[in-house]
Design a protein around this ligand. Structure first.
Ligand code: 1HN
Length: 346
């Protein structure tokens, strides 16, 4: 009689032998590879500005913007330690610039967005045009455009950066270069892009140079006016309040091809219904205060706080006061690939 084979031991021995040839058995990992529904390694988290502001300002005593190139504290998802990512596809950070500093000009294939958090009269130059920053302004650096930052402010200026760094890393398509000079030459006066492309008008025969919105700065004053006007219409979505997407006026599509960006207004006392979607989303409170319920987590948020809702975790928003939230996600990428899903819950 042969000794019966212990299948567990035989398999373990087999896995060890094939591993030497860089082979692994699909049947051991199939369920994890093809889950029934998204099980994001990212976790819900809230970064409270009041808790981190001192540390951010302290970075200004330790390194200059020039030496750092970009003086940023990365908002790293606790579930994605070591990845510099806030969701599996997106990066976020808080950038500090002090009076008189320069963050030198460079370009990269990663797209970037800025949402100004505090301080006025810092500026960024993008592709030959400068824009002065004010709190709540939404500013875009399209893929492969020169950009540098500076500050004429008399105090610190901070903004939230969002980039598609993890996505570009995943696709192995990143390129970057330095201009060599600190600042790029300015080719147009400030305000040119907004007048030319962002006033419900468009140059006759305009041919876009790239997929990103030619309006590279969306001033908060205009955004806030639009929300103020719409708030009077009394048609508030039970899940989203009044939620508008920043768009490329040349296409009607997203302002940034790889990053969906929205602003939403919630009335005082708003008790939002939960929804979940496959695009893990970063929220930033511009005004107001409230509570975000994300999966099993509950976070209270106040102005300048940033929180993240991972893919497919039910999320509801509740406003103690009139509230404005900015948000960004990889939704345009998922939609282009026909992968995006949403569920609106009761
Ligand atoms: C970058 O260029 C900026 O231009 C901010 O402000 C953050 C993170 C990684 C790589 C490039 C900026 C960045 C970045």
């Amino acid at each position: 009689m042969n000794t019966p084979v212990d299948p567990t031991a035989a398999r373990a021995d087999y896995y060890r032998r094939i591993a030497a040839s860089h082979l692994t058995p699909l049947w051991e990992s199939m369920a994890a590879l093809v889950p029934h529904a998204p099980r994001s390694p990212a976790v819900a988290h809230c970064w409270r500005y009041a808790d981190l502001r001192d540390a951010l300002l302290e970075s200004g005593t330790l390194i200059t913007a020039r030496e750092a190139v970009r003086r940023v504290l990365i908002l790293e998802n606790p579930g994605l330690a070591g990845s510099s990512a806030i969701t599996p596809s997106l990066y976020a950070g808080l950038q500090l610039i002090l009076p008189g500093e320069i963050a030198p000009s460079h370009r990269h294939t990663q797209s970037a967005l800025r949402l100004v958090v505090e301080g006025s009269r810092a500026f960024t130059a993008v592709d030959g045009e400068r824009v002065t920053m004010h709190p709540g302004d939404f500013i875009i650096t399209p893929s492969w455009t020169w950009h540098d930052h500076g500050s004429d402010a008399d105090g610190p200026v901070v903004w939230l950066d969002g980039l598609d760094i993890p996505l570009v890393r995943f696709l192995d398509c990143g390129f970057a270069e330095n201009l060599g000079d600190d600042v790029q030459p300015l080719l147009r006066p400030e305000g040119d892009a907004l007048a030319r492309y962002g006033s419900g008008l468009m140059p006759v025969g305009f041919v876009p140079a790239h997929g990103t919105s030619p309006v590279f700065a969306y001033p908060y004053a205009r955004t806030r006016d639009a929300l103020r006007q719409l708030a009077r219409a009394n048609s508030v979505d039970p899940h989203d309040g009044i939620r508008l997407a920043f768009v490329n006026p040349a296409t009607g599509g997203p302002a940034i091809p790889t990053i969906g960006t929205t602003v939403q207004w919630l009335p005082a006392g708003f008790d939002g219904r939960p929804r979940r979607a496959t695009d893990g989303t970063v929220f930033h409170c511009i005004e107001g205060e409230g509570e975000a319920r994300i999966g099993d987590h509950v976070f209270t948020f106040a102005p300048h706080d940033t929180f993240v809702a991972p893919s497919w975790q039910a999320t509801s928003l509740h406003a103690a006061r009139e509230t404005v939230l900015f948000a960004f996600s990889d939704r345009p990428v998922q939609q282009a690939l026909h992968l995006w899903r949403e569920e609106r819950l009761a």
